[in-house]
Structure formats: structure tokens, C-alpha cells
Design a protein around this ligand. Structure first.
Ligand code: HEC
Length: 108
């Protein structure tokens, strides 16, 4: 059940990154910021049940997850500042956290 829940979070993470890139490309930085904060950032923790999930994760995985949520909130701040290039740079910190966790952890 936890695995099912995590995988559906994951699919939403990917969809959120995609939406953020579309907003950035359209110059809608506020919407990009909002999507990042509420779907991936520190404000998403409650809605996707992070504290509940984290108990089932090894320590390193938990840290990778936290790094990803923090990077998303940092991106949201950058995007709100309205500078596109720094925002792109900040989004790569989110995707780096996705890659880092995926390279180290599997469900089975
Ligand atoms: C804390 C670790 C962690 C982070 C951070 C993380 N993932 Fe995952 N993700 C996983 C694990 C573990 C799996 C399952 C992989 C497996 O068992 O093959 C997974 C699977 C997925 C899947 C496959 C879902 C499916 O239905 O098959 C997608 C898509 C995905 N992640 C996207 C992302 C994106 C996008 C990000 C960053 C925004 C991200 N993940 C961040 C751990 C993480």
C-alpha cells in the first residue's frame, strides 16, 4: 500500500516538473512557482503524506527526499523573483535530487 502511494506521488512529481517547464517556457513564473511549492516543495509534505511515508524509508533516501522538497521551495522563490535563467538553474537542482534518489534506491 505504501509502495502504491509512493508510485502515485512519483507520477505526480513528474507531471509537476513537466507543468513547471511549460509555465517557464510561457513566461508564467508565478504559476511555475506555485506548482513547485504546492506539488513538490515544503508545502506539499502534508498533502502527500511525507511524514507517514518517511518512516518506511532508509535514512539516505529520506535525506534525498528532503533535499528534493527543499530544492523545489528554493526554485519557487527564484521563480517569484522573475528571473528566468536562475529559475532554470534552480529547477535542475530539483531534477538532480530525483536522479540522485533513483540511482540509489529501488522499491525491490
Ligand atoms: C527519496 C527518493 C526519491 C526521490 C527524491 C524521487 N524519487 Fe521517483 N522514485 C523513487 C523510487 C524508490 C521509485 C521506484 C523505483 C523502482 O523501484 O524501480 C521511483 C519511481 C519513480 C517513477 C516511476 C513511477 C511508476 O509508476 O513507475 C517516476 C515517474 C518518478 N519516480 C519520478 C520522480 C521525479 C520526477 C522526481 C523528482 C521531482 C522523483 N521521482 C524523486 C524514489 C525517489
Amino acid at each position: 500500500m505504501m509502495q502504491e502511494h509512493m508510485m502515485s506521488n512519483m507520477r505526480d512529481h513528474l507531471a509537476a516538473i513537466n507543468e513547471i517547464l511549460v509555465y517557464l517556457g510561457d513566461g508564467e513564473l508565478d504559476k511555475a512557482a506555485e506548482t513547485a511549492e504546492y506539488r513538490l516543495g515544503m508545502s506539499s509534505l502534508e498533502s502527500h503524506g511525507a511524514s507517514h511515508m518517511a518512516r518506511f524509508m532508509p535514512e539516505g533516501m529520506r535525506q534525498a527526499g528532503t533535499a528534493m522538497h527543499r530544492a523545489a521551495s528554493r526554485f519557487a522563490l527564484k521563480a517569484q523573483e522573475g528571473e528566468v535563467l536562475p529559475a532554470y538553474k534552480a529547477i535542475s537542482e530539483i531534477t538532480s535530487a530525483c536522479v540522485a534518489c533513483h540511482s540509489g534506491y529501488r522499491v525491490k
